[in-house]
Design a protein around this ligand. Structure first.
Ligand SMILES: Nc1ncnc2c1ncn2[C@@H]1O[C@H](COP(=O)(O)OP(=O)(O)O[C@H]2O[C@H](CO)[C@@H](O)[C@H](O)[C@H]2O)[C@@H](O)[C@H]1O
Length: 720
C-alpha cells in the first residue's frame, strides 16, 4: 500500500494504509548534540545550563499537552450532555475514564479561537477553532397524537401515475423512495435575482441580540455529529455569495451553512466570498495583494467554527446589492480576480494567527462563478509542481448558468494558450463558444451536485444544458448529495423573525397553536382577511422560467374559484414581477404579490402558510420545500431534481408521505395535485396533521450531507 507524506507547513503527516500515523507534533526532548552529564568544569556548567534549557522546553510542551487535554475534557463533557441512550452511556463511561484521569489538571485559559475538537495540525500546529453550535431536533419530544381516520373518498379522478410528459424524463435508477410515489394509486393524486431590499437585511442590534439568544437555546439542544477522525482536512469553500452577508438565492444559503457542518465534524474550514458591502462583524486583516493593477484586501469574521474571509476590491464594493450586476465582461473580470486571489488565500490570509497552507487542503468551488478556481489551481500551481497535494471539488447548484461568451473571452482569463481547449465548446446554434463551467468540470478533481435526481438529469440532453456530454464523460467523479438546511436559522422554535408582530415561535408540541398564530399574523401583515379555515398558499423564489411561476399564473383562475388565499414573494424577470403585481390588483381579497427580496418575509411566509407551491420546471435541489417541511407547511411540487428526492407523495392508505407531487410541468397537473391537497386540508384534518408531523420530524440538517461531502473530499485527496 502506498505511503504518502503530506508536508504541511513543516509538520509531516504520514499516512499508511489509510491510517494517519503521526497527526500531532512529536514530543521530542534533547534533540541537540550537547548531551547532559558529559565533560567537567566549564563543560559541566554548560551541561547544567543545557539541562535547564531542556527542562524549560519540556515544561512548555507539558503546558501544551495540558491545554489539549483540557480541550478534550470539554469535548467529552459536551458529548456527555447529549448522550441519551444506553449504548451512548457506555461510550460516555469510556470517555469519562479518559477525562477523570486528568481531573486534577489545571484548566488553562481557552479562548474562543483556541483548539478544534479534533486537533487539526495546521502549518505547524495552531489549529483553528470550533464552537459546537448546531441545533438538531429533539426526538424525545411529546408529539400530538395522530388518530386513525377513515380513508378519504372524495379525491379527484384517477389518472395514469406512470405518465411522464415532463420536460425531464425520469430515471429508472433514481431513489426508489422517490419513485414509490409514482406507482401509488394516482387518484391522490438568466437573469439572476437581485437583492432589492430592505430594512431587515442590515442586521440590527436587536436582531443580533436575538440571534445570540437563539444560539444559546440551540446549543442546549445540540447533539454533535461524529468527528471526521483521521479524515480531518483543511477546507476552503469559495462562492460568489454567502448568507447572511450576501444572498440572492440558494447558493448563498449553502455557502453560509455547509461549512459550519463540516467544521462541526472537526475540519478546519474557511469560506472565501467577495465583500460587497461593509460588513459590521468583519475585521480588516491588513493583508493587501495586487493582481495586475487591481489590489485586493481581506476582511475576516469567525462564526460557528468557520473562518469567513471576505475579499475586498472596488470591483466588488461597487456592486452593493446587485451582486451579479453589470454586463457579461464585467462579471467575468470580477470572477477572474476573485478566483485568482482565492487560490492564494491559504498562503496570504492568516486565520486565528496561522495561514492554512497548501497541505491536506481541498477547495470547494461553486457554480460557474468560481469554476475558474480549479483551472487556476492546475495551470498556475500544479502544472508547475506547486500545491501538489491540494485538491478541488466543484459543486453544481445550477447548470443553466455557465459563464458563456464568445471564444475571444479567453483572453480575459490569463491562461496559457493550450488551456483554450478546456473552455471551447461547440453549440449547435451558436457554434464554438467559450464556457467556464465546461473548463471547471473537466479540471476539478471531483464534482458534486445538490441531489441524486439532478445528478441523473444533468446527463440528459434536456437537463445538461449543453454540458451533458462533458458530464457523462466525467461521470466517474460526479456525486449527488442532497442539500441540508441550517436548522438554527430555519427552525420555527428559534426563528428570530417570528418574535414580533403577532408571530410566535413553535415546535412539534405547539404546532397546533403556534402555526395558526403565525398564519393569522401573516394574514394581518398582508392585509388579507384573517381566517383560520381558509388554506393559505405560499410561493417564494426567483422569478424566472426555472421556478415555474407561469404555471401558477395559468392555474390562478382555478385557484381564484376556490376559497383560498395566495401570497407570492419574489424578484427577477420584470414581466413576471409585473404579473405578481397584477394578480394582486385583480384579486385583492385573495392574492398578494410581494415583489422584493426579504428574508424576514420569506421566513414568515414559510411559518404562516399552510401550503408551499414549487412548480419548478427544473430544480437541482430546492431549499424552500425543506424549510417548509421543518415548519409544518405542506409542499406541493413538480417531481423533478431535488424536489423528487425530498418530497414523498402522500399516501392516504398508509398515512405516509410529506406532500404532493405532480409529474410534469403542466398547469393541469399542478391543479390536480393542489386539488387533492386542499381536499385533505379541509376534510381530513388528522391526515393533514400526520403530513405536518412527518415533515417536521425528518432530519434535514446539514450533518448528513456534510458526512457525504467528507467522503468526496477524502476521495479527491487520495486521487492522483
Ligand atoms: N424574494 C425573496 N426574498 C427572500 N428570500 C428569497 C427570495 N427568493 C428566494 N429566496 C430565498 O433564496 C433561497 C432560494 O433557494 P432555492 O434552493 O430554492 O433556489 P435557487 O434556485 O436560488 O438555488 C440554486 O441552488 C440551490 C442550492 O444548491 C438549489 O437548492 C437550487 O435548486 C438551485 O436552483 C431560499 O432561501 C429562499 O427563501
Amino acid at each position: 500500500m502506498k505511503t504518502l507524506g503530506v508536508v504541511n507547513g513543516g509538520v509531516s503527516l504520514f499516512y499508511n494504509k489509510g491510517k494517519q500515523l503521526s497527526r500531532f507534533k512529536p514530543l521530542r526532548v534533547a534533540s541537540t548534540g550537547d548531551a547532559v552529564g558529559l565533560g567537567d568544569g566549564d563543560d559541566s556548567e554548560n551541561s547544567l545550563q543545557a539541562t535547564i534549557e531542556k527542562s524549560k522546553k519540556v515544561l512548555a510542551m507539558q503546558r501544551d499537552l495540558l491545554q489539549q487535554i483540557a480541550e478534550r475534557r470539554k469535548l467529552v463533557s459536551s458529548i456527555k450532555g447529549s448522550v441519551t441512550d444506553q449504548d451512548e452511556d457506555e461510550d460516555e463511561d469510556e470517555d469519562e475514564d479518559f477525562s477523570t484521569g486528568d481531573s486534577s489538571l489545571p484548566n488553562p485559559d481557552l479562548t474562543s479561537r483556541s483548539y478544534n475538537r479534533v486537533d487539526v495540525v495546521n502549518n505547524g500546529s495552531i489549529p483553528s477553532s470550533s464552537h459546537v453550535n448546531s441545533t438538531t431536533k429533539n426526538e424525545s419530544k411529546i408529539l400530538p397524537s395522530v388518530e386513525v381516520q377513515e380513508k378519504p373518498e372524495l379525491y379527484f379522478a384517477p389518472e395514469k401515475a406512470s405518465s411522464n410528459n415532463g420536460s425531464i424524463k425520469q430515471s429508472k435508477t433514481i431513489d426508489s423512495k422517490a419513485f414509490k410515489s409514482d406507482v401509488l394509486p394516482s387518484y391522490l393524486s438568466s437573469s439572476e435575482a437581485q437583492v432589492t431590499d430592505e430594512e431587515e437585511e442590515s442586521s440590527t442590534e436587536a436582531d443580533s441580540k436575538e440571534a445570540a439568544e437563539v444560539d444559546d437555546a440551540a446549543v442546549e439542544d445540540e447533539k454533535p455529529p461524529p468527528l471526521a477522525g483521521v479524515n480531518v482536512m483543511n477546507i476552503i469553500l469559495v462562492a460568489a455569495e454567502c448568507a447572511p452577508w450576501s444572498k440572492t438565492g440558494g447558493l448563498g444559503d449553502v455557502a453560509g451553512s455547509l461549512p459550519k457542518a463540516l467544521a462541526r465534524r472537526g475540519h478546519r474550514v474557511m469560506v472565501v466570498a467577495p465583500r460587497y458591502a461593509n460588513y459590521a462583524d468583519s475585521q480588516d486583516t491588513g493583508v493587501r495583494k495586487r493582481y495586475k493593477e487591481l489590489e485586493v484586501s481581506y476582511f475576516q469574521a469567525y462564526v460557528d467554527g468557520v473562518d469567513f474571509v471576505f475579499m475586498d476590491s472596488p470591483m466588488f464594493q461597487s456592486m452593493q446589492n446587485n451582486i451579479y450586476g453589470g454586463n457579461r465582461l464585467d462579471i467575468l473580470k470580477r470572477m477572474v480576480l476573485f478566483c485568482k486571489a482565492a487560490v492564494e488565500v491559504p498562503w496570504h490570509v492568516p486565520c486565528g494567527g496561522v495561514c492554512y497552507g497548501d497541505g491536506n487542503l481541498v477547495f470547494i468551488a461553486n457554480d460557474w462563478h468560481t469554476a475558474l478556481l480549479p483551472v487556476y489551481l492546475k495551470a498556475y500551481y500544479r502544472d508547475n509542481g506547486l500545491m501538489s497535494f491540494t485538491r478541488s471539488v466543484l459543486v453544481i447548484h445550477n447548470i443553466a448558468h455557465q459563464g458563456r461568451g464568445p471564444v475571444e473571452d479567453f483572453s480575459y482569463v490569463d491562461l496559457p494558450e493550450h488551456y483554450m481547449d478546456l473552455f471551447k465548446l461547440y453549440d449547435p446554434i451558436g457554434g464554438d463558444h467559450f464556457n467556464i463551467f465546461a473548463a471547471g468540470l473537466k479540471t476539478a478533481d471531483r464534482v458534486v451536485t445538490v441531489s441524486h435526481g439532478y445528478s441523473w438529469e444533468l446527463k440528459t440532453a434536456e437537463g445538461g444544458w449543453g454540458l451533458h456530454r462533458i458530464i457523462n464523460e466525467n461521470d466517474w467523479k460526479l456525486r449527488g448529495i442532497v442539500n441540508g438546511i441550517d436548522t438554527k436559522e430555519w427552525n420555527p422554535q428559534y426563528d428570530i423573525h417570528l418574535k414580533s408582530d403577532g408571530y410566535t415561535n413553535y415546535s412539534l408540541e405547539t404546532l397546533q397553536t403556534g402555526k395558526p398564530k403565525c398564519k393569522a399574523a401573516l394574514q394581518k401583515e398582508l392585509g388579507l382577511p384573517v381566517r383560520e379555515d381558509v388554506p393559505l398558499l405560499g410561493f417564494i423564489g426567483r422569478l424566472d422560467q426555472q421556478k415555474g411561476v407561469d404555471l401558477i399564473a395559468e392555474a390562478i383562475p382555478w385557484m381564484i374559484g376556490q376559497d383560498v388565499q395566495l401570497v407570492m414573494l419574489g424578484t427577477g424577470r420584470p414581466d413576471l414581477e409585473q404579473m405578481l403585481r397584477q394578480f394582486e390588483n385583480e384579486h385583492r381579497d385573495k392574492v398578494r404579490g410581494w415583489v422584493g427580496f426579504s428574508v424576514k418575509t420569506a421566513h414568515r411566509i414559510t411559518a404562516g402558510a399552510d401550503i408551499l407551491l414549487m412548480p419548478s420546471r427544473f430544480e437541482p435541489c430546492g431549499l424552500n420545500q425543506l424549510y417548509a417541511k421543518n415548519y409544518g407547511t405542506i409542499p406541493v411540487v413538480h417531481a423533478v431534481g431535488g424536489l423528487r428526492d425530498t418530497v414523498q407523495q402522500f399516501n392516504p392508505f398508509e398515512e405516509s408521505g410529506v406532500g404532493w407531487t405532480f409529474d410534469s410541468a403542466d398547469a393541469s397537473k399542478l391543479i390536480h395535485a393542489l386539488g387533492n391537497c386542499l381536499l385533505t386540508y379541509r376534510q381530513y384534518k388528522t391526515s393533514w396533521e400526520g403530513l405536518q408531523i412527518r415533515g417536521m420530524k425528518q432530519d434535514l440538517s446539514w450533518d448528513n450531507a456534510a458526512e457525504k461531502y467528507e467522503e468526496v473530499l477524502v476521495a479527491a485527496k487520495y486521487q492522483w
